[in-house]
Design a protein around this ligand. Sequence first.
Ligand code: NAP
Length: 277
Amino acid sequence: MSNKVWFITGAGRGLGLDIAKAALAAGHKVVATGRNPDKVANALGASDDLLVVKLDVTKAADADAAAQATLERFGRIDVLVNNAASFYAGYFEELSPKQMQLQLSTSLDGPMIVTRAFLPVMRKQRSGQIVSISSTAGLMGFEFCTAYSASKFGLDGWMEALQTEVGPFGVQTMIVNPGFFRTELLTEESTSYAEIAIEDYHERRTAQIAFWKSQHGKQGGDPAKLARALITLAEQDELPRRFLAGSDAIQVAEQKIALLQQQIEAYRELSSSLAID
Ligand SMILES: NC(=O)c1ccc[n+]([C@@H]2O[C@H](COP(=O)([O-])OP(=O)(O)OC[C@H]3O[C@@H](n4cnc5c(N)ncnc54)[C@H](OP(=O)(O)O)[C@@H]3O)[C@@H](O)[C@H]2O)c1
């Protein structure tokens, strides 16, 4: 089908906005969603192919209403993009439990809430694609990213397992692990730093905050190109289960493979000696 119905979370700015623009430019119908629908509408302008809906991904009532509005307007759903996320940056001990919960609620619970609202429809249709934007932090644990990695590893694991459950109904999933892309993720609107200060972390924290702030506007990846790549992938009959976005993402994935191999070899004998005699 060339003319699909796309549903995108966090479409008011950043990668989500680029995905919405790319899907419209490719002739698809788009449901562009955000916490502030006016911001989304202003960013995208008007089009017969566009429906703007309010959706805070942490709110199940919003997700149910958005799924309903999608069906009323376009009659079906073809591609759900779980894009919205925030970044709680900091050392685990310095992140408050509340901050950890906020990270998980936006970047892990959020995609689950939205997907839950659409799965009954996709199952009934016996078709649908679920694309979840993860990160290289979903492949490898990085310093200062405990909360973010917890949410992204969770997202990857959940998606990988979900594929086995919904695949038989014709529903396909794709995990996207982007490297650094030039969006608004590292601005104050999206990144919150840890709110607890522990002396032992002072020096490293200062350096980490300086690093993350310095990266804003310097990221190598072009979100408009990634958006177009996602449109191309979704037009294939079979979605790849995972797409590594950016040469930096490929590098991280290769490091992860090498690390796992090294960990296997280091204790192959001990690992293999654990069966009941
Ligand atoms: N940029 C990168 O380098 C990079 C790398 C790896 C992965 N990613 C992932 O790419 C995805 C897109 O991020 P981005 O880089 O485009 O960041 P961004 O420019 O900061 O955009 C984040 C988007 O998420 C939305 N959002 C946040 N919390 C939300 C909530 N509770 N409900 C609904 N929408 C919410 C924001 O909406 P508001 O305007 O309402 O705040 C905004 O539209 C995220 O999953 C991110 O983790 C990005």
